[in-house]
Each structure stands twice: as structure tokens, then as C-alpha cells.
Unconditional design. Structure first.
Lengths: 475, 247
């Protein structure tokens, strides 16, 4: 059978029935008991389960397996999507639909000049009921967004991560590349790869709001839009690889073959896979391709030149005076700067400067934070935006009982250009001011699809966030 | 090769990678542990037969009764426990200024070992009161093995093990850096004691000496290295060790 073709959801013809069949299949899966590997709730539990939900013995090793803050993020989710797509496709076929059903993707990053609706939730997902008054299976518990407008701004849909030339990076103090940091099997905690941070994390929290399914990894996959969102992230991996020969997946056996993941195929039979099995989409389970994987828009893409493993150790350049508790809409913290002192500081001007947010812990769904830097003793303070601190998965990453020990999330921003403008590496600049502006989260609908009401009943903890330490590294 | 470091689950097996000889882990974790192993293995050749794996008295005078056992205990925990703290040591070293790196890691190790020393003193004090279990006493040896194997199968063990992957933030400058490094070592020592102590206790009565030490060390290292630790297998290995003890 030819590989399925995943299409842009906003480019589907009016007469196209892909989403109609998706809705019918979702309705069928949602009625199945949770013990059934092809049920909606089982498939969602593979990604994560709410605290307190017991894992049946038969599901051990299958539930709570999502890989986040890890170089396994992309390949694991690729296998997960394929498993899901196979299940939906089989159900569609069983219901009398087409045999080649494929999961569409939602390209919210597409230029508004070519698709003015790109940032709107596809209309089939917006309304609670269908034309005949029956419940819409594609509706879910999300942030309230009239007309499907979740106000996705440029910071939420940015594909700046495509500029990373390295897939991973494990050197301390520097960003983790496009795909994420080197880890073992990792269910969360640590720093995100570029693509995971934005747009992945941003979209999750924007869609989920303060208590919607998408805001929490343990419920995210209950929302039918989750799968279109992840199909887009998966597509962006293909886009990244297609940019040129320097955009390479890891060749390390520890990534390719050392970790085995397990799921079920469309018939509910157990399957296993490694990252090496995920490199060619036409050979992933039933095989698929993406419609029009575009090459980068820029003729000469300015890549984020990363110091690859094997380079010199980044040198410490400053830190906050203690943990920073983010309260209220704006929180400011000072970073005490020290001149680079190690051998690595031999060159007068650092090649790269990185701001690290370490041990970000907390609870609830606080939403994301816009981060700005400035020099406090500057005569004309003009804080400059350096990026977004995303908090998707915060509570899970802070849970000390889980296998990462609750160290929390971390985030790294490259601020080389700004650091040069602010003359941070010069001895007369002693402090850097970091400002966190809480973006806030939209209120989510109180109710959920009837079959999933028990998930919505879980009380969320009040939101709080603490950044364990802010530090600066020179490279 | 660069260093493998991440804040999330940074598994100790990563230090088996190339380039490790020049890394912080080699300097700060592997070197002291290897030295402790060397002393433990060499000691019987210099001082004659000695039970190197215990905190038990080896004589009646003050030195033999208290000091030597504690020194042996420190050797044992340095050999077995310090490598398990490799991820925390790596991260602390990486996030410290070059000029403070050795100082911060040394303070971390001091806090970490201090926790284990306190435990050793506690064990010695308790055993002084109730009597040391003898390796010839099959009942007491069996009870310790049974407790260790049972512990491996409990949910408490799993939670304690998870906490061993915690990496606390530490400041890098001034007295605050010294305090944080030592406190983090002390804290990590607590997590490590919670997870490993019961598994360590049978070693203290074992007539297998360094062989039992090496076997338990391998178990503890493997369970730290694996996201899905096979704690049932650990319990089975302890059972096999017990069989060997009884033979």
C-alpha cells in the first residue's frame, strides 16, 4: 500500500471528509473501555495519566511513556503518532470510510499572507455540537476562544528553532539544539530542545488555557487537536532535515538503538521501535509522507551556530542572588556578573553568551513568561525581549516522586547580540536585570466531553513558579 | 567527546563514555571511589585478615572499637556511594566558575559523606547496644538479606530511588556557594541513604567481603542508570547472594 499523505488541515477542500471521518473514529474510540489499547483513553494514557490514576498491570510499560526535554522527544512522538494514525485509520475503514485515511497537520506557523486562517483552530474543532445537534467529537476542553482564535502571536508560532544546525547538545549552559538534550529514557524534566519549546510548548498552553486538557502532558492527548498539533511538529522535523546537509539527526548509537519504546499497532498488537526505525517516514509502521514539506523561506538561512560537543567548556559569567519566585504580572531579578575567569575566557570577546534559567519548579498551569534583559545602571533602560520561558509540563517536572527527582524544567536563551550591545563582558557592568512578564492563561471551559468528564473533575493546584537560579555562561 | 550533561535524568552510565578521563566525574567521583576500592582490596595484604566491609569493632581498645570501624565504613561508602552521585557532581562542577570548581565539589562530597558517616556512627551506636550481627549467625544474616530484598520490591524504594535523581540549584559565588554545595551534598546524602542503606546492610555482615560489596555496588549502579530499574531482579540477585552466604 502506498504511504499515506498527511495534508495541511487548512488546505483541505470543503468536500474533503478527512475530519468528518476523524470525528466518527474519535466517537467510536471514546466509547471503548480504557483497558482496550485502541480506546481513546488508553491512547491518551500512553502519553500520560493524571496523578492518582492507577496503571493496570497489562498497561505497565505502555502508559506514561511520553518523552519530553529529551533527544527522544521527536522520534518517540513520531512512533506515537503512527500508532494513533493506524488505530484511527483502521476504525475509519471499519466504519466504511476510505482505506487511506491519514492524519492532517495544523500548520499554525504558515504565513498569514498565504493562509489567513492559519492561526485559527480548524473550524471542525470549534463547535460543541454538529449540525444535527449531536455532540461534536472533535470539540474538547480548551481555553475559551471565540471562533477558534487563541490569539497565537508570532512568539507562539515561531519556527526559529529550524535555525539550529545541531539536533542535540549536552554541554552545560548552552541550548539543547533542535531536538533536545541527550538523556536516557526521559519522561520530563530538564531543558527543552528548540522545537519542543516553541512552537510545541507554547501551542499546548495557548490551546489548553488554565485547565484545558492540552495544558497538561497527563491529559493533553485527550484533545483531538493534540494529534494535528504533533503532526505539525513531526512535519517540522522533516522540514528541518530538508534544509541542507548540515541538518543531521544524531548518529550516536545511544540515540539510534539503545532505547526501545513500546506501543500498539492499529490492530492492538504490541510493537516496539527504536529511534533508528523513525528516520524514514515511509517506513514508520504503515508509512506516510507530508504534503509539500517546504524548504526554508530564507535563501540563505542564518543558522544558529552552536558549539558542538567537544568544544571548550562554557565559562560561568554570573548568577542571581537566590531563587526567583515569580509573583504577579511582572517579576524582576538581578544577575550579578563576574568577568569570565577560566581558560575558556582567553579570547577578549565571547563568541556566545547564554542566559540560563535553572530548576524552574512549580505547580498548576501558570502560563508562559516573556523574558527581557536590561542593564539596571543604564541611563536609559530599555529592556530587550530575549524569548519565552515555557512552562508546559512544569508540575510533572517538579514532582519529586517521579523518576527525574523533581528537578524541574530549565531553559537557555542565546543573548550574544544583546550582550554585546549591553557590554556585559566588560568589567564596569556588574549587574544584569532580568524581567519576567507573565503572559497569563486564558480561562478554559468548565466542562468536557461527557465521556471524559472525570478527567475534568480533577482539581488543579494554584499556579506558582520559582526559578531556582538565573545564570550566565560565556562560550 | 563532550560531556554528557542534562538537568533531567542524567544517568551515571553516561560516565562510561569516551573522554571521561579528563572530565569532572573522573576527577571528583571516580578517582576517590577507585582509590577506596584499591585500599579495600589491598588492606588484607598489609594488615592481615580484616573485615573491611563493616562498621563493626575489630578490638576492645578505643581505636579498634570506634575509629578503625568508622574509617572502614568511610572507605566502603566512598567506594560504593560516591560514583552514584556522579550526575550531581557533574552538574555542580559544570555550573561552577573554573576557579571554584574543586572547592564546590569537595564541599558537596563532604556534605554527602558526612551524612553517611553519621549513619555509620548511628549503626555502630545501635549495634553497640543490641549487639553486632555475626556473619556466622545465619538468622541475623538472613534477616538482613530478607529486609534488603523486600525493600527492593516496595513502592518506598522506588520513590526513594527517584529522589536520587534530583538536582538542586546551587549558587556559584561566595559563601552562598560553599553553603549550597555542602547542603546539597548533605541533602543528596539523605536521598542516597534512604534508597541504599537497607541494601548495604547485608554487606556489613557478609563473609563474602569485597565480592558482596562489588555485587551490591553493581546493583545500585544499575538501578540508578535505568529509568525502568529492574528492582525485582535486584531482589533476586540479593537472594543469590544470600544463598552463597548460607553455602
Amino acid at each position: 500500500m502506498a504511504a499515506r499523505i498527511r495534508r495541511n488541515v487548512w488546505k483541505l477542500d470543503r468536500s474533503d471528509e478527512t475530519l468528518a471521518w476523524y470525528g466518527k473514529a474519535v466517537a467510536a474510540l471514546i466509547r471503548r473501555p480504557i483497558e482496550d489499547p485502541s480506546s481513546w483513553r488508553y491512547l491518551a494514557a500512553v502519553h500520560g495519566t493524571p496523578q492518582g490514576m492507577a496503571t493496570p498491570a497489562s498497561a505497565r510499560g505502555y502508559w506514561d511513556q511520553c518523552q519530553h526535554q529529551s533527544w527522544f522527544f521527536l522520534p518517540w512522538h513520531r512512533g506515537y503518532l503512527a500508532s494513533f494514525e493506524a488505530t484511527i485509520a483502521k476504525t475509519v475503514k471499519d466504519l466504511g470510510g476510505p482505506a487511506d485515511w491519514a492524519l492532517p497537520f495544523w500548520d499554525y506557523s504558515e504565513s498569514l499572507s498565504t493562509e489567513r486562517n492559519a492561526r485559527l483552530l480548524p473550524s471542525a474543532f470549534v463547535e460543541r455540537t454538529l449540525g444535527d445537534g449531536s455532540p461534536n467529537p472533535l470539540w474538547s476542553r480548551r481555553a475559551r476562544a471565540p471562533g477558534g482564535n487563541f490569539e497565537l502571536d508570532d512568539t507562539a508560532v515561531s519556527t526559529g528553532a529550524l535555525r539550529f544546525t545541531n539536533f542535540t547538545n549536552s554541554r552545560p549552559g548552552v541550548p539543547s539544539g533542535f531536538g533536545g538534550p541527550e538523556t536516557g529514557f526521559n519522561p520530563g524534566g530538564g531543558d527543552n530542545g528548540g522545537i519542543e519549546s516553541v512552537p510545541h510548548n507554547r501551542i499546548h498552553v495557548k490551546i489548553g488555557g488554565d485547565s484545558g486538557f492540552m495544558s497538561d502532558p497527563s491529559t493533553a492527548a485527550l484533545d483531538p487537536i493534540f494529534w494535528l498539533h504533533h503532526a505539525n511538529i513531526d512535519r517540522l522535523w522533516e522540514v528541518w532535515r530538508n534544509q541542507g546537509p548540515q541538518f543531521q539527526d544524531p548518529s550516536d548509537e545511544r540515540w539510534l538503538t539503545s532505547v526501545v519504546f513500546q506501543m500498539h499497532d492499529g490492530d492492538g498488537r504490541p510493537i516496539t521501535f527504536r529511534c533508528a526505525d523513525m528516520l524514514d517516514t515511509t517506513k514508520v509502521l504503515h508509512g506516510y509522507t507530508y504534503e509539500a514539506v517546504p524548504v526554508a523561506q530564507e535563501a540563505e538561512l542564518e543558522s544558529v551556530e552552536m558549539a558542538m560537543a567537544g568544544g571548550a567548556r562554557p565559562e560561568f559569567g554570573g548568577e542571581s542572588e537566590g531563587p526567583v519566585v515569580l509573583t504577579g504580572p511582572t517579576t524582576k531579578a538581578d544577575v550579578v556578573l563576574v568577568p569570565p575567569s577560566g581558560l575558556e575566557a582567553a579570547t577578549a570577546e565571547p563568541r556566545h553568551v547564554y542566559l540560563n534559567l535553572e530548576n524552574i519548579t512549580g505547580a498548576g498551569i501558570p502560563g508562559d513568561y516573556l523574558v527581557y534583559i536590561d542593564v539596571p545602571d543604564d541611563d536609559q533602560p530599555t529592556a530587550s525581549f530575549i524569548g519565552v520561558m515555557t512552562t508546559f509540563g512544569l508540575e510533572r517536572a517538579s514532582d519529586k516522586s517521579l523518576s527525574h527527582g523533581g528537578s524541574g524544567l530549565s531553559q537557555v536563551f542565546e543573548i550574544t547580540e544583546l550582550a554585546s550591545q549591553l557590554k556585559l563582558s566588560e568589567a564596569n557592568v556588574s549587574r544584569l536585570k532580568v524581567t519576567f512578564v507573565r503572559e497569563g492563561v486564558a480561562k478554559a471551559d468548565a466542562d468536557a466531553p461527557a465521556e471524559l468528564a472525570d478527567y475534568a473533575a480533577v482539581q488543579r493546584k494554584p499556579a506558582n513558579v520559582t526559578v531556582g537560579k538565573i545564570s550566565l555562561f560565556y562560550d | 567527546m563532550g560531556e554528557n550533561l542534562s538537568i533531567g535524568i542524567d544517568r551515571p552510565l553516561a560516565f562510561l563514555r569516551g573522554g571521561v578521563l579528563v572530565s569532572d566525574v573522573a576527577r571528583f567521583a571516580m578517582l576517590p571511589a577507585a582509590s577506596a576500592w584499591a585500599i579495600i582490596l589491598a588492606l588484607p595484604f598489609f594488615v592481615g585478615p580484616i573485615d573491611v566491609c563493616t562498621a563493626r569493632p575489630i578490638g576492645e581498645d578505643l581505636v579498634s572499637r570506634y575509629l578503625v570501624p568508622q574509617l572502614l565504613w568511610i572507605l566502603m561508602v566512598t567506594a560504593m556511594m560516591v560514583p552514584l552521585a556522579a550526575p550531581q557532581i557533574k552538574i555542580l562542577a559544570a555550573r561552577s566558575p573554573t576557579v571554584r570548581r574543586s572547592r564546590s565539589v569537595s564541599l558537596f562530597l563532604f556534605g554527602f559523606l558526612l551524612r553517611w558517616i553519621c549513619v555509620g556512627v548511628g549503626i555502630a551506636a545501635a549495634a553497640d547496644l543490641i549487639g553486632w550481627p555475626q556473619s556466622s549467625n545465619r538468622m541475623s544474616v538472613s534477616v538482613l538479606y530478607l529486609a534488603a530484598a523486600t525493600w527492593q520490591l516496595t513502592e518506598f524504594k522506588k520513590r526513594a530511588l527517584n529522589r536520587c535523581h534530583h538536582v538542586a540549584p546551587a549558587r556559584a559565588l561566595g559563601r552562598a556557594a560553599d553553603r549550597d554545595a555542602m547542603c546539597n551534598g548533605w541533602l543528596h546524602g539523605r536521598y542516597c541513604v534512604s534508597s541504599c542503606l537497607l541494601t548495604m546492610l547485608p554487606v556489613s555482615t557478609s563473609k563474602l567481603g569485597p565480592v558482596a560489596m562489588a555485587a551490591v555496588f553493581a546493583l545500585l549502579l544499575a538501578e540508578r542508570a535505568d529509568h525502568r530499574p529492574k528492582l525485582g531482579l535486584s531482589a533476586f540477585v540479593l537472594f543469590l547472594l544470600w544463598i552463597n552466604e548460607m553455602a
